[in-house]
Each structure stands twice: as C-alpha cells, then as structure tokens.
Design a protein around this ligand. Structure first.
Ligand code: ADP
Length: 347
C-alpha cells in the first residue's frame, strides 16, 4: 500500500487528507484554521504542518493544490526549485491564492525533502481550450506581453466530474460531451467535448462567469470605470465590492444558499432567479458549442444539494430531454490521483 497526502493551503488554513493507494481509501483528514489570526494557537504554515501530526516518514508522496499554473504549468508536475520559482512568478496573476499555495509547498518540501511532491493546478484542465475560447477581444499585445487571457479555474473539480460522469454513463472520455456545473460559494460552468474542456465560465481570474456567493460574475467592464471615476471608489474598494459584496450577497444580503431559498421576500427571489438565468445562458451557449450533449452534471454545495435550483435551471423546453447527473465532487481525491499517477510515471 502507498500513502499519498494532499495539502490544500489557503492564506489562513491548511487542509490535509491522506489516501491509501491503490484502494483510494481515505485514511486521514484534518484542517488547521485561523492560521496567523489574533489569538490563534497556530501562527505560521510551518506550525500548521506540525499541528497536523502526520507521520511524514510513512508517506510515499504529497500532492499540493495550486490555483494558477498559467501557460507555464499546464499539467501536474513533480515539484523542484524551478517549479517553485515559476509558481512564485505567477503570483501577480493569482495574488489571493498562489502565495498561500506556495507557502504550503515550501514548508512541506523543507519538512520532507526526500518525499516526491507534485503540484496540481486548478487551471490545468482548461489548458485544452482553443484561442477562440481563451482570448478576450482586447489588443492582442495584452495577451502576448501580459498574459491577459481566460485561464479558467475549478479545473480539478471539472476533471473529476468528467471522469465520474464517464463511468456513470458507461462511456470513454473521448466519447463524452457534457456540461459540468460546479456550484458552491465559487461557481463555474465547463463545456467538455470528447472529455476535454473547450470552454469555461471563469476567466482571467475566478471573478468572471456565473453569479457566485459574493462575486458578481459577468459584468460590463465599464461599470468598474464608473465606480472609480464617477463614484470615486479606490481600486481596493472596487475589488472588495466585486469579490466580497456582490453575487447573491449583493442582491439579497446573504450568500448562504440554504437561507436564501428559505426566504420569501423579493430580494431572495431576485437573487435566485438571476443565478438560475445566468446558469441557463451558459448552458445554452455551451450546447451550441458542443453540438451534442450526453448530460448536465450538477455539483458543489448548491448543485449537489438543491433540487429546487436544479429543477429551476432544467425547466426549459430546450433542456427537457437532457440527462441530469448529480455528483459529489472530490478535489482532494483528484489531486491525490494525479500525484499517484505522476509519481508512478516520473519517479
Ligand atoms: P465552497 O465553494 O466554499 O466549497 P460549497 O461547495 O460547500 O462551498 O457550497 C456552499 C453553498 O452550498 C452554500 O451557499 C450553502 O448554503 C449551499 N448548500 C449546502 N447545503 C445545501 C442544501 N442542503 N441546500 C441548498 N444549498 C446548500
């Protein structure tokens, strides 16, 4: 039996799961929260690693979640100093995530330098998108010089859902045409053709696309300029509004979907209806791109648990004959699978 640990390192949390291979049995799961916060027992990621109380010597590999790999790191890789340097160089593209991901890697590499460690990227599944999908209609040099393009996120989840859907539908990946919907606090849709991502709703950052818990999703870019120029909002204030005060929360005052669907007032209904309509718009455009569709997959806390939301989305004459699959996503297991595969191939 081999043991693979997965680390998902956020700015104030470190989540760890350990799986046995080849059985994929979950052996261990622990999350250290409030890292570095006032009064918290654990102040650094290094201390968090100790607080997990794992026997590092018993591990055969460690998989790390990394949000942004951009065009430099388009598939899971064995971590070395070059890979760590590249993840560092990509911080401007993912300032909220890559620093914490990198910190998790650095402390784990220091603690267990002899154990092979693998980085698995949220962007990787979408590396198969073509230019028509990933380029914005902006001056081309902004893509060439600054890397401004759509990257897509939640890729680990969309990849997992794709493989699970193939099993459930008894198809090979190359035969599979589906739309996957990851609907949690963050939310994204992905058009999967012949098992590969051909388009996705998140873009240059995880802000674009569907209505999310606190993020606005698609927006006329001129609104950002209006907020700054007409209303005098600072860059930080605009960032805060778009990321933390918008989406469901902006529309009805809260982002907990369970509470929203329990409410009867007009704001809760508007929030629900706008979210549903945005999902339908993406489904409609993706069906045109796919030309043929086997199923729509719902996942994430909302997609998985809210039949009300699923029924509202599917209540449309064009969608009535499409199969609906509800699948519980497991990003950590997908990262562990990738880690196990890369180690088997490369070590
Ligand atoms: P995250 O993106 O933070 O991982 P989750 O995938 O756990 O989030 O999804 C969180 C969302 O799922 C919340 O809005 C929560 O209210 C919603 N949710 C969880 N359980 C249910 C349920 N039984 N019915 C409706 N919504 C639910």
């Amino acid at each position: 039996m081999k043991k693979i640990a997965v680390f998902n390192s956020g700015s104030s949390s470190l989540k760890c799961k350990v799986f046995a291979y080849p059985s994929k049995e979950l052996l261990f799961c622990k999350t250290i929260e409030r890292i570095g916060e006032d009064g918290a027992a654990v102040q650094t990621h290094s201390e968090a690693l100790e607080a997990l109380e794992i026997d590092f010597a018993s591990l055969d590999g460690i998989g790390h979640r990394v949000v942004h790999g951009a065009e430099h790191l388009q598939e899971s890789v064995l971590i070395d100093s070059d890979v760590m340097e590249t993840i560092k160089e990509l911080i401007p593209l993912a300032p909220l995530h890559n620093p914490a991901n990198l910190e998790g890697i650095e402390v784990a590499v220091k603690k267990a330098p002899h154990i092979p460690q693998v980085a698995v990227f949220d962007t990787a599944f979408h590396a198969t998108m073509q230019e028509e999908a990933y380029l914005y209609a902006l001056p081309y040099e902004l893509y060439e010089k600054e890397g401004i393009r759509r990257y897509g996120f939640h890729g680990t989840s969309h990849a997992y859902l794709t493989k699970e859907a193939a099993k459930m539908l008894n198809k090979t990946l190359s035969q599979l045409n589906i739309i996957t919907l990851h609907l949690g606090n963050g939310a994204s849709a992905c058009a999967v053709k012949n098992g590969k991502s051909i388009d996705t709703s998140m873009g240059f950052t995880p802000l674009e696309g569907l209505v999310m818990g606190t993020r606005c999703g698609d927006l006329d870019a001129a609104i950002v300029l209006y907020l700054q120029n007409k209303l005098g909002k600072s860059r930080e204030e605009v960032e805060h509004i778009l990321n933390k005060e918008s989406g469901l929360k902006g529309l009805c005052g809260e982002n907990d979907f369970r509470k929203i669907i329990a409410r009867e007032d007009k704001y809760a209904k508007i929030a629900f209806n706008i979210m549903v309509r945005r999902i339908q718009k993406y489904i409609g455009s993706y069906i045109v791109l796919l030309e043929d569709i086997d199923a729509i997959v719902f996942s994430g806390g909302i997609g998985e648990h809210s039949k009300l939301l699923r029924d509202a989305v599917m209540q449309n004459a064009l969608l009535k004959n499409i199969e609906v699959l509800v699948i519980q996503t497991d990003e950590e297991l997908e990262i562990a699978n990738e880690c196990y595969r890369v180690i088997k191939e490369k070590v």
